[in-house]
Design a protein around this ligand. Structure first.
Ligand SMILES: NC(=O)c1ccc[n+]([C@@H]2O[C@H](COP(=O)([O-])OP(=O)(O)OC[C@H]3O[C@@H](n4cnc5c(N)ncnc54)[C@H](OP(=O)(O)O)[C@@H]3O)[C@@H](O)[C@H]2O)c1
Length: 241
């Protein structure tokens, strides 16, 4: 993986941050983006202190910003080998009470953000590149109070398969991962303590997922070791079905 160029969206916190750190450890050149929290971006920069990391402020749901980001990447490296569509948000409510603008915001970031980055990655991605989309357990198993998040996560699984079919002309692979509840700012904001306790009870392996669990699977799917795996969706959930 050394010297490969990787774009990880939403790499300043949680799961994305762990993927950034592990790719840097493998010697990759890593670009990541975020949309609002400058403090997290500065802390990441200080924490890794690595000239192979570039952080760009870019809202993945805004196509013009994504185009600017890819133009910047072209200037630095002229290509990418890996794309991890990880950026996501969580807004919870019941369907009956959901503000439709909030619903659209979740779809814009969690679904269209991945679509826009995938679209603009094609031209700049080297032949044999690899895309990993971070979906969610909730993309397969629905739950109440998360209809927008569930809908976006489910759509991403089949969008990934469509990407695998289309981008195979450049031997680009595309796979998705569905992590279960992973304590991060996103999930800890979204769930009440009794709901979190219940999730733990439902997990046969008796612990929550860690960002490292998803990062390690993501690195495998990006790597040449997974060179015949494409269009696949993999759960990472401690046996929670
Ligand atoms: N945590 C879980 O339990 C869990 C489970 C399954 C799947 N996932 C998925 O894993 C992914 C990462 O989640 P996480 O839990 O690690 O969340 P997190 O800790 O809140 O991190 C989210 C990252 O995405 C960035 N981001 C948010 N909106 C963005 C936008 N419009 N454009 C660019 N960057 C944006 C955030 O930076 P800014 O805030 O500065 O924009 C941050 O860097 C998400 O796709 C989520 O759906 C999480």
């Amino acid at each position: 993986m050394e010297e490969r160029v990787a774009l990880i969206t939403g790499g300043t916190s949680g799961i994305g941050k762990e993927i950034v750190i592990e790719l840097l450890q493998k010697g990759c050149k890593v670009i990541t983006c975020y949309s609002s929290n400058d403090d997290n971006a500065e802390s990441l920069e200080k924490e890794v202190n690595n000239e192979n990391l570039r952080i760009i402020k870019c809202d993945v749901s805004k196509e013009s910003q994504v185009i600017d980001m890819f133009n910047e990447i072209k200037k630095y490296y002229n290509h990418i080998d890996y794309l991890v569509n990880n950026a996501g948000i969580f807004i919870d409510n019941f369907i009956k009470d959901f503000n439709i603008d909030d619903f659209k915001t979740v779809l814009d970031v969690n679904l269209l953000g991945k679509v826009i980055c995938t679209k603009h990655a094609y031209e700049i991605m080297s032949d044999g590149g690899s895309i990993v989309n971070i979906s969610s357990h909730l993309g397969v198993v629905p739950c109440t109070e998360s209809p927008a998040y569930c809908a976006a996560a489910a759509a991403i699984i089949n969008f990934t398969k469509a990407t695998a079919l289309e981008y195979a002309d450049k031997k680009i692979r595309a796979n998705s991962i569905c992590p279960a509840f992973t304590p991060t700012p996103l999930s800890l904001r979204g769930w009440k303590q009794e709901e979190i306790d219940q999730k733990l009870k439902e997990t046969p392996l008796g612990r929550f997922a860690k960002p490292e669990d998803t990062a390690k699977l993501c690195l495998f799917l990006l790597s040449d070791e997974a060179s015949f795996i494409t269009g696949e969706n993999i759960w990472i959930n401690g046996g929670r079905l």
